[in-house]
Design a protein around this ligand. Structure first.
Ligand code: AMP
Ligand code: ZN
Length: 692
């Protein structure tokens, strides 16, 4: 180790150590303050470790402000009290723009000037800090305490990486004594991490980043503080009358920057008229910042004017904190209504008295499911706390239980679909309830669109607009209705648009004839595709194929017992339940009956066995999308050659064919060591009929 140091250094250890310190300080300054790092993290670490090595070999060279000394000061039992050089004041608040204007009026009245400059800064939501430097070296850091006396937390503050232990050469570094104030905060990301860790360890999480920052700073052991990823923004001198200092707040911020402090970049010197816009802009970017802010601090820029305005008992007259409007509001939960989604999911939606939250009015919010409502402890009639999650989506946070009067009632999910009245089912693996009625009004458009899609009945010419038109005139409610449409009905179907001359656009003769022909054709689509088209949950293209292969006809499938179904490789209990549910709904059976009567092809093709069964005994699983053929087509080709095609990967699977965007089945194949083929290899097998 000593040898390495000797090789690296051009000079004597003392000079080298000092050079390393300067470089590391400079790098930290560039990284934290200038935002233009010139050293990579690795290089920084490497220099730091070289410095550590020198200091280990020559302990007499260690300086108190060395970058290696951030952690390691002895933990103090209790923090000792220190007196602040000048009182640390609180700030008066303006709760809205009118109150801010009233403050401007007072300032203008007191100074007799309407031409003042105001320095606008973000109000960082952290823990205030006072830092004392002597000839540029950090000698003490203290909390605000009661404003006159604070606690000495120097050892902990030294671990905050963007607080310079020694200042960059210049005005501030040359002062025999300098005290600056600022805020130490915990970035949002680290706050979440910290709380996740606390959660895992079964400890109480911090309420907010501000508490987390304060708590981290008051750790007995600085090594713990050092793990907390705290950061700082420094924004003020303790003594604005110091004759060597710049005469304005914005000038002082520049000096702080040059000295190596981390100064928030979002500061602007503005006229009174411009301050509102700064406040609004801050409000808007609030959630995009990596740290919490709770307002804007507006300060009279000139120190001389600040001094003339002076202080009240609690706060400076020359500054005001504009507080952001609340982002959580309370309101009354009037009702929980059930919404049936396009795919049949029942979702409870809270309906509450309109509340103005973060700039817009909200009156309803999804509650997701019954478990969620129970978890939040919400009763109908409750005074609830609402907010906008991620700043857009309304959310009910919880209830104010102390405001209950006994009239509140618990909510329960209905047993029947509010849209069609069918008994609803709970998927065991999900919290959601669903309606599985093929005839359900709420799901109509989605189910009809699925039926006409390419992998299903494949009815070209029936786009979303036409389907919506058919639904709105009441011609089509479920998939069976497609097969009773007449030429006239289709031809005269109004599409809900008008021509230039004001007459209604209808589907027309040409399209009607074309679509009727494809509807007729669709009766002859292969059975697996028609089964897939019914939109039975968990019954996708591959599973449909498996089912039709094994049962041959719709009649057999509907009559299949649970054991029959479970016996099929690739059909799990989820699918069995889902089939059972679907066939148990009487509306569904009625629709199936009508489809059978319309002569739809609910019989599986008997595969011609003239082809040599070169893939007999092999099991394939198809996943992802293929470019040149559908999975159903691919499966048919493989089966012609005698292969079995199943829906899930197991140790018994011979090959997995992975197309574009293959997901978990691919991963499973890899983890089980099942060979994976791509589309071109599949093509070759289909063409040659051979594996090799
Ligand atoms: P409050 O604690 O709500 O009365 O607000 C006053 C506190 O805001 C001060 O003690 C500071 O710790 C803090 N603060 C955050 N950012 C700033 C800033 N840019 N200028 C002045 N004070 C700030
Ligand atoms: Zn329904």
């Amino acid at each position: 180790m000593d040898l390495d140091v000797a090789l690296n250094s051009k000079q004597a250890p003392a000079a080298r150590a000092e050079e390393l310190r300067l470089a590391l300080e400079r790098a930290a300054y560039e990284y934290y303050v200038l935002d233009t790092p010139s050293l990579s993290d690795d290089v920084y670490d490497s220099l730091l470790s070289e410095l550590k090595d020198i200091e280990t070999a020559h302990p007499e060279l260690i300086t108190a402000s060395s970058p290696t000394q951030r952690v390691g000061s002895t933990p103090s039992d209790a923090f000792s009290s220190v007196e602040h050089a000048a009182r640390m004041y609180s700030l008066d608040n303006a709760m809205n723009l009118e109150e801010l204007d009233a403050w401007f009026d007072r300032i203008e009245l007191a100074t007799g000037s309407s031409q003042l400059n105001y320095n606008c800064e973000l109000k960082i939501d952290g823990s205030s800090i006072a830092l004392r430097y002597e000839y540029g070296e950090l000698v003490r850091a203290a909390t605000r305490g009661d404003g006159r006396m604070g606690e000495d937390i120097t050892a902990n503050v030294r671990t905050v990486r963007d607080i310079p232990l020694r200042l960059q050469p210049g005005l501030l570094a040359s002062l025999p004594q300098l005290e600056v104030r600022g805020e130490i905060y915990l970035p949002k990301a680290h706050f979440e991490q910290l709380n996740a860790q606390a959660d895992e360890a079964g400890e109480k999480p911090f309420a907010n980043p501000r508490n987390a920052a304060a708590g981290s700073l008051r750790q007995k052991d600085p090594a713990v503080t050092a793990t907390r990823e705290l950061a700082s923004f420094i924004y003020a001198p303790a003594d604005t009358t110091h004759e060597d200092l710049p005469p304005t707040q914005h000038g002082f911020l520049d000096a702080l920057r040059q000295a190596g402090f981390h100064v928030n970049p979002d500061v602007e010197v503005l006229s009174r008229a411009e301050v509102h816009d700064f406040c609004k802009a801050a409000m808007e970017k609030r959630h995009d910042l990596p740290y919490e802010i709770d307002g804007v601090v507006v300060k009279v820029d000139a120190f001389a004017v600040q001094e003339a305005l002076g202080y009240t008992a609690k706060a400076p007259r020359w500054a005001i904190a504009f507080k952001f409007p609340p982002e959580e509001k309370t309101t009354i939960l009037r009702e929980i209504r059930i919404q049936v989604g396009r795919t049949g999911t029942l979702t409870p939606v809270a309906e509450f008295d309109p509340a103005l939250v973060a700039g817009s009015t909200i009156a309803r919010a999804t509650l997701h499911n019954e478990d969620e409502i129970a978890r939040k402890g919400i009763l109908i009639g409750d005074t609830v706390i609402v907010r906008k999650a991620g700043d857009v989506i309304p959310e009910v946070v919880g209830a104010v239980e102390s405001l209950r009067d006994g009239s509140e009632v618990a909510f329960h999910m209905p047993t029947h679909c509010p849209s069609c009245g069918t008994a609803v089912h709970r998927d065991e693996d999900e919290a959601a309830l669903r309606c599985e009625n093929i005839n359900c009004e709420a799901q109509r458009a989605e189910r009809l669109r699925h039926w006409v899609s390419r992998g299903a009945a494949d009815i070209e010419g029936l786009g979303t607009e036409t389907i919506n038109a058919l639904i709105s005139v009441g011609l089509v409610c479920n998939v069976a209705d497609f097969y009773t449409l007449s030429f006239e009905q289709l031809r005269d179907l109004p599409l809900g648009r008008t021509k230039m001359d004001g007459t209604e656009v209808t589907f027309g003769e040409v399209m009607a004839a074309k679509v009727l022909a494809t509807i007729e054709d669709s009766k002859k689509r292969p059975f697996p595709r028609l089964l897939f088209g019914l939109g039975i949950r968990h019954v996708g293209a591959t599973v449909s194929e498996l089912l039709t292969d094994n049962f041959g006809t719709l009649e057999n499938l509907m009559a299949a017992s649970e054991e029959d179904l479970n016996a099929i490789d690739g059909v799990g209990p989820q699918i069995v339940r889902s089939l059972h549910t679907f066939f148990s709904v009487s509306e569904n059976r009625l629709v199936l009956q009508r489809l059978v009567e319309a002569n739809l092809n609910f019989v599986a093709e008997i595969s011609p066995s003239t082809v040599e069964q070169t893939l007999a005994g092999l099991t394939f699983v198809l996943t992802g999308s293929l470019a040149n053929l559908t999975r159903v087509e691919a499966a048919a080709e493989l089966k012609k050659l005698g292969a079995k095609v199943t829906g899930s990967v197991s140790k018994k699977t011979s090959y997995v064919v992975a197309g574009e965007d293959a997901g978990s089945k691919y991963d499973k194949a890899v983890s089980l060591g099942v060979p994976v083929l791509d589309e071109s290899e599949l093509q070759r097998i289909i063409e040659t009929g051979n594996l090799a």
